[in-house]
Design a binder for this molecule. Sequence first.
Ligand code: GCU
Length: 836
Amino acid sequence: MRILIATLALLTLGAAEDRSQAWLRYAHVPNAAQHISVPSRIVALNATSGSPISTAQQELKRGIKSITGQRMQRKRSPDQQSTTIIIGTSDAYAKQYGNLTGSEDLVEDGFILDTESSNVIIVGQNERGALYGAFEYLSRLAQGNFAPTAGVQNPQAPIRWTNEWDNLDGSIERGYGGASIFFRNGYVVDNVTRVAEFARLLASLRINGVIVNNVNANASLLSDRNVEGLARLADAMRPYGVQLGISLNFASPQTFGGLSTFDPLDPSVDAWWANITNVIYERVPDMAGYLVKANSEGQPGPLTYNRTLADGANMFAKAVNPHGGIVMFRAFVYDNHINETNWKADRANAAVEFFQDLDGKFDENVVVQIKYGPIDFQVREPPNPLFSTLRYESTAIELQITPEYLGQNDHLVYLGPLWKEILEYDLRADGRPSKVKDIVTGKRFKQPLGGYAGVVGAGSNTTWLGSHMALSNLYAYGRLAWDASLDPQAILQDWIRLTFGFDEQVMSTITDMSMRSWPAYENYSGNLGIQTLTDIVYTHFGPNPASQDNNGWGQWTRADNFSIGMDRTVKNGTGNAGQYPPEIAAMFEDIETTPDNLLLWFHHVPYTQKLKSGKTVIQHFYDAHYEGAAVAQEFVKQWESLKGKIDQERYENVLFEQKFQAGHSLVWRDSINIFYYNLSEIADENNRVGNHPYRIEAENMALSGYKTYAVSPFHTASGFTAIITTSNTTTGVATTNAAFASGTYDVAVNYYDLIGGRSKYQLQIGNRTVGQWVGDAEDKLGHAPSIYLDGHSATRITFNGVQVQQGDEVRITGQADGIEPAPLDYVSFLPPGIVD
Ligand code: GCU
C-alpha cells in the first residue's frame, strides 16, 4: 500500500478543483488499472427512478469514470463475458441469486461490500444501505485502497442526523459558510440543486436525517407555502436516503395557529399539532421527525403552563407516532438569569435537575438530545452527567461541527479528538463500563433509539463551511456517528487522501497540523477547564474573559484578585460533581484526583495553586498561551511547505486562514495573559507578559489625522490604547523612527478590521512602500464580525524579510472607510525567529 501511494503521489497533481465536491472529488488515480480490475458493468436490482439504488448506480458510473477513466455500462443482468457490480437490497439480491452470506446480520442502513470475487457485490439492508456501500467502494478506490474486502458494515446507532440552524430569512445562526441553502426571504428556496448536493455529501457519510431549520424556530415554517417548500427539500434529499426533519416553535398554536394557548395538555393544542403534523406528512410522507428546543434561552415551552418537559415532548411524539416519526427533545434547558452571588448556583446542574425526575416518562419515540458537555460546546468540558442519569430514555449526543466557540472556521481546529474523548469517556454507571458512545447508541441502557445530532452550519459558500480545512470536521462527524470506535487520526487521513491526494508530505503535514490544532486552540483560548474565554455576550469569537462573569448566563469563571474556577464539589460548591456516578463523582470531588485539564471546571483555587505538573495555575496560563500561539505560528510555515503540492486556489485560501490564525492567536495570548496578570498581579516567571520590546505602540507615534482611543475591553489592545482617524472620512498618518539596529526584520502591524468599512492602509519604511492592504475581513472571513475595536476585530498583517536601517522613518497611512476609522494598535519589528 505504501509503495502504491508513493507512486500515485507523483501522478495526481494539478487538476483544477471544484471545491464543493469536498471529499467526493473522485480525483483520477492514474494507474489504478494496473492494480485492480474494476468491473465494467453495473447491474442495479430494484432501481426505481429517484431511489437511492438508482443514485448509487449513477454515483458508481460517475466515480469509477473519474477515478479510473473507465466508462461503465448499465445492464439488467450480468453476462458471462465481463465482470459486474451488482447492487441492490438484500431482499432483491436473495430473490435473484439466493441469500448472500452475512445478510442475516444486517441491521437497518447496514450493507455488505464484497470485492473478493471478480464481481463486486454491494447489498444493503435497505436501499440507503446499498447507496452507503457504493460510496464505500468508491472511497476505497479513490484512496488507492484496492485490497479485497468482504463483510457486514452496520451502523452503531440508528439516528445520524445533522441539525442546520438556518433561519427563514436566509441567515444561519452560528454558520460561517455563507447564506442558507434551504431558505431565503422567509420561504423555502425554489432551486434545490445545492440541497441535493449537500444530501449527496451527507449520504457518503451515512448521515440519514437533516433538521433544516434553526432550533430557535420560526412558526411560519408551518405556512402552506413553506410546507410545500419542505416537500421540495425532502424530494431533493430522498434520492440520497436523507430524510428531512424540522425544528418547531413550541408556541406555534398560539402565535401562528391563532389559538388562545399553547398548553400541551389542552386538547385543542394537541389537535392543532396532530392536524399540522398530518398536513406535513401528506406532503413529506417519510419525514424523520421533529426537533424541539423548549424553555431554553427565552424559547417557549411547557413550563409556561406548569407542565413537565415530558408533557411537552409527548404531545409531539403522539402527533408523529402514527407516521413513524421521532421527536428529538433537547436537554439544553436552563435558566439564563441565575445569580452569581449564590455560590451554589450552577448552570451545569440544569440538565440533570430538569430531567432526572422525568426518566421513563417520555414516549418511546422521544429521544433526549444532549449537548456533549453540561454548558455549551466549550473547548473542554466533562461529559454531560445527564448521559448517565437517564436510564429509561433513548438519548442522542449533540456535537457542534460549526465551531461557534472554537475559532469559527478561521482557526484550524480539528474536532475529531475532542469528540472521541467524550465518546470514549467511561461514566461508570452502577460501577460498570458505561462509555458515552455506548449510552447514545442505546446499548448500555437497552434503549430502542439513540444516536447523533451534529450542528453543521453548511451554507452557500463553495466550501460549504467557509473553509476547506473545516470539512475534516464534517467528515469526522459522519464517520464517528457510524462507528465511534474509529481513530480520529485515521479518519482524518482518509479525508486528507480524498481531499488533497496521495503526497506523503501533504499527508504528514496536514495530519500534524490538524492533530495539534485542538490542543493549541485550548492553550490560547482557555485552559485547565476554565472554558473558552471568549466574549459570550457578543459574538463568540475573540477573547473577553470578563464577559463570562457578572451576568445570568452561568458560564462563570469566578475569577477575582486571588483565585479562579467554579467550585462544583458537593462538600463546598454547587454539587455538580455529585451528579456523576459515584466513581466519577469521587474523582471530581477531590482536587487531587481531578485531572489538570478540568481543574478549574470543578474547583475554585488560588492562582498560586500547584498543578500536577508542578506549575502554578497562573504560570500555566501564561505558558500555555505562549505555547498555543507558537504552534499557530508554525502552522503557517507548515502549510507553506506544501506550496506546489496543492492546487493554487486551495493553497492560497488555507494560507490566508493560517496567517489570520497566527495573528489572532497572538491577540488571544496577549489579551488573556494581560487580563489575568492585571487581576492577580503575579508576574510571569519568564517576564513575557506585558513586556514587548519589539513593539512600537501606535499611540506613541507622531500622529496627524489620527487620535488615541481607549479600547474596550482594555486587554484587547497592546498598551490598552489604539489610534483611530479623527473622523470617518479622514486619512491619518502615524510616524516614528526605527530605533532598532539595522537589519532584516519581519514587520507586523496589528490593526482592527471592523465590519462596515474597508479602510486602506499603507506601511512605508525609509520612504519605501513595504505593503498596502485593506481592512476587508468582512469579505474574506466567515466569522460573525464586530463593529467595535475589540478582540474579534483585532487582526495582524506581517511583512517578512524587510530591510530596515536604524533611524528609518516608519510611516503608516490609514484611510478611514464607512464606520471603520482605520484603527491601528502597534507595529512589531521582529528579528528572525522571534514572534511577539
Ligand atoms: C448556543 C448558541 C445559540 C444557540 C444555542 C442552542 O447558546 O450560542 O446560538 O441557539 O446554543 O444550542 O440552542
